[in-house]
Design a protein. Structure first.
Length: 282
């Protein structure tokens, strides 16, 4: 049985364990909306790692009936949907996306939040797999019903009330994964009607800053990046436009040795909407 010892695994590791019976590979791709990021499967040709199953947190494994994008579902909903994917309590899960490291960290964090520790992100995703000359298929797989059990840790995703309380709490640090332009209110928000700027006392770490060539930067570089933004003992709350690339920062922080981590699920789609939540531009 393969063993996950890091939240980030290489294509070499995945190739070695490809036939292991407990291994589950999930394609968690979401079309990128950030300039400069492109999806391999945006065109007519579809490619997948052999045996991969579709983990769709944008339309299926998400909270129904909300205007906010891909919000976390209940434990019951999550459990029901991932059992349909053939995922079991003892499954060793590798998630990837077709951009590199973009959408897959959110899937990783969702499983962590639902109590499953044996899960990792494929560094470089599908592009790295293809660049290594490894085989692909033109379709996704399915599997018999699994026995996965979800147990939500409410601290790993948080709502606006938690963020509001954290703004002036020295034991917390909010990190915003959006671009510097959006953070400072000099670039428009992609969602109509959103206010420009950021939360008071938040710090900006655009998520591409933790990446290099579609992969995560080395741990030493990540540690250096985060050392200038937050202390290891602080609770680090990440935010972005919709709670997706915030998870890229959460993965990077985890690799850098930070353990008190939380993702603001509503992110700017909720906070930046017209209303009473405080927004600054300085």
């Amino acid at each position: 049985m393969p063993e996950i010892t890091s939240p980030l695994i290489s294509v070499d590791w995945l190739q070695r364990h490809l036939g292991d019976p407990n291994l589950v590979i999930l394609d968690a791709s979401v079309p990128p909306v950030v300039p400069g990021f492109q999806a391999l499967n945006a065109g007519a040709t579809f490619r997948a790692i052999p045996g991969a199953r579709r983990f769709d947190y944008d339309k299926t494994i998400c909270k129904p009936g909300t205007s906010l994008p891909h919000m976390m579902p209940t434990a019951e909903h999550f459990q029901q949907e991932v059992r349909k994917l053939g995922i079991n309590r003892d499954s060793v899960i590798v998630v990837y996306d077709d951009v590199g490291v973009y959408a897959s960290p959110r899937a990783w964090w969702m499983f962590r939040a639902m109590g499953h520790a044996a899960v990792a992100v494929l560094d470089g995703g599908l592009p790295a797999w293809i660049d290594a000359g490894l085989p692909v298929t033109d379709s996704l797989a399915s599997a018999a019903q699994g026995d996965f059990v979800a147990s939500l840790d409410p601290d790993l995703f948080c709502d606006f009330e938690v963020v509001l309380a954290a703004l002036d709490d020295s034991s917390c640090q909010i990190l915003d994964a959006r671009s510097a332009g959006r953070f400072h209110g000099t670039a428009p928000e992609p969602r109509p009607g959103m206010r420009s700027g950021h939360m008071p006392n938040a710090k900006n770490l655009p998520f591409p800053d933790v990446l290099e060539g579609g992969r995560m930067k080395p741990v030493a570089e990540l540690q250096s990046l985060f050392a200038n933004l937050a202390q290891p003992e602080q609770r680090v709350i990440t935010s972005c436009g919709s709670g997706l690339t915030a998870c890229v920062l959460t993965l990077a922080a985890n690799l850098a040795g930070y353990n008190r981590l939380s993702v603001y699920d509503g992110s700017w789609a909720e906070w930046g909407a017209p209303g009473h939540l405080p927004v600054v531009t300085d």
